[in-house]
Design a protein around this ligand. Structure first.
Ligand code: AMX
Length: 441
């Protein structure tokens, strides 16, 4: 057994014992109340999940095992001469709960390199789709083709014991994380570079190699990928992609099936597709105005037009956050360092000045501040990655780190089938009329 897997098993055994004790001693403790409005309004604020890898604070933003993004930038190992964290280190942190040393991160990198072979039939399956299929469709089809490689599915069919579920999940999680950059880069080159594919470079780190396979060998683009893969990795458990992966996994669907389901959720415009929507929206604004860098007044008019057409301003608002997303701030910082004069990046900064007061004035938007997606596209465009339909695939490769580390925890902790209760409005009305006294499960 590999050293990281062994450490995970040991840690999971400890946490499992702790949870058993917590549930035994405090299981009947009430931790909140649920209102009818919450049931109808997307279950906002109902605590109903345990996710060990990260925790979101409405004002502070995300913390991964207690570490904020600036803290990760300061403490996670980096490539020589680099200033952004290696996301392999974040995966280690999310899985084991402790910061890795440089040697431990190198170990993760080489483990992923060893597991990174993608069988040819996966590419053939992607090739069977029309080239104009959305990159997220191609991505999910690629993941599903790779499902034939699942250790979990194979071992389950052979009669695997419950106590080994975590072991097979761990193997699948690492295989998937190792192979996703190759699949994603294949889709990028197929769709946007006439199928002129680039072989992996086994000497590079996970993100550096990903950038290389997409055709971006500029060192500062590689740094951007390391930052991008780090900040998009996890956002606690209730967001659509994380929750879907967890939910589908709770049926003991293997990690490939579970992750593909999560990626279908990420492909929605209110979730991960927002990054493509932001750049599309800015490109359309620039085209309509005929200027490269619109003024604040021009942006304001365009925002009002968007709202008057019954559309949302992409990249703004959040279901949980109530302040500027620190993932936005980290990208702004990167922009200041690497491309302070870029017109598109400056447009994003002007939009940041203009949009919050307008959204606040509507009186209904709970969070007028930018989220992660408001900034990411502009940085990519700077390096020539203008194909915005691809951006959600990048998000998906990163999100694998968090949701698959969580899936390892789910199986190691013996998390059960998830099955919340639902009711009909007919029952709600009977209940309000006093005809049904209690909700029957
Ligand atoms: N522009 C215009 N209106 C907005 C808005 C925005 N950016 N954000 C919220 N609103 C509106 C909602 O549409 C809703 O209007 P309604 O009552 O007429 O239906 C009202 O404000 C209240 O919504 P909320 O409680 O503030 O937000 P929510 O929790 O229901 O939804 C989110 C959150 C992210 C879906 C929403 O803010 C939104 O649509 N933002 C734009 C899309 C986006 O950037 N998504 C990416 C989110 C981050 C991610 O997952 N990657």
């Amino acid at each position: 057994m590999g050293i990281i897997k062994e450490r995970f098993r040991k840690k999971a055994d400890e946490v499992s014992a702790e949870i058993k004790e917590i549930v035994k001693t405090h299981g009947s403790k009430k931790i909140g109340e649920v209102t009818l409005a919450q049931v109808y309004q997307g279950m906002r604020g109902i605590t109903g999940l345990v996710t060990e890898t990260s925790l979101l604070d409405a004002n502070e933003g995300i913390r991964f095992r207690g570490y904020s993004i600036p803290e990760l930038q300061a403490s996670l190992p980096k490539v020589k001469g680099g200033s952004q964290p290696l996301p392999e280190g974040l995966f280690y942190l999310m899985l084991l709960g402790t910061l890795p040393t440089e040697e431990e991160v190198n170990h993760v990198t080489s483990t992923l390199q060893r597991r990174s072979h993608v069988p040819n039939y996966v590419f053939d399956t992607i090739e069977s789709l029309p080239v104009n299929a959305h990159p997220m469709t191609q991505f999910v089809v690629g993941i599903m083709a790779l499902q034939t490689e699942s250790s979990f599915a194979k071992r389950y069919a052979e009669g695997m014991s419950k106590k080994d579920y975590w072991d097979a999940t761990y193997d699948d999680a690492l295989d998937l994380i190792a192979r996703l950059p190759r699949i994603a880069a294949y889709i990028y080159r197929r769709k946007y570079r006439n199928g002129d594919h680039i072989q992996p470079n086994g000497l590079l780190d996970w993100s550096g190699n990903f950038a290389h396979m997409m055709g971006y060998d500029d060192e500062s683009f590689k740094e951007l990928m390391r930052l991008y893969m780090t900040i998009h990795a996890d956002h606690e458990g209730g967001n659509v992609s994380a929750h879907t992966t967890h939910l589908v996994g709770s049926a003991l669907s293997d990690p490939f099936l579970s992750f593909a389901a999560g990626m279908n959720g990420l492909a929605g415009p209110l979730h991960g597709l927002a990054n493509q929507e932001v750049v599309k929206w800015i490109f359309e604004m620039r085209e309509q105005l005929g200027v490269e860098l619109p003024s604040n007044e021009q942006i304001e008019q365009y925002v009002r037009k968007t709202l008057s057409e019954g559309k949302v301003v992409p990249g703004y608002g959040h279901a949980v956050l109530r302040k500027t997303d620190p993932r936005f701030t980290a990208q702004m910082e990167f922009g200041r360092q690497h491309m302070p004069d870029d017109a598109l990046v400056n447009t994003v900064w002007r939009i940041y000045e203009v949009v919050p007061p307008i959204l606040s004035s509507l009186g209904k938007v709970k969070n007028p501040w930018p989220n992660v997606d408001a900034h990411s596209g502009a940085l990519l465009v700077h390096y020539g990655m203008v194909e915005y339909e691809f951006y959600t695939v990048l998000f998906g490769v990163s999100r694998a780190l968090g949701v698959l580390a969580s899936l390892c925890w789910d199986r190691a902790l013996g998390m059960p089938l998830e099955r919340p209760k639902s009711v009909t409005t007919e029952l709600v009305k009977r209940w309000l009329d006093g005809k049904d006294e209690i909700w029957e499960g």
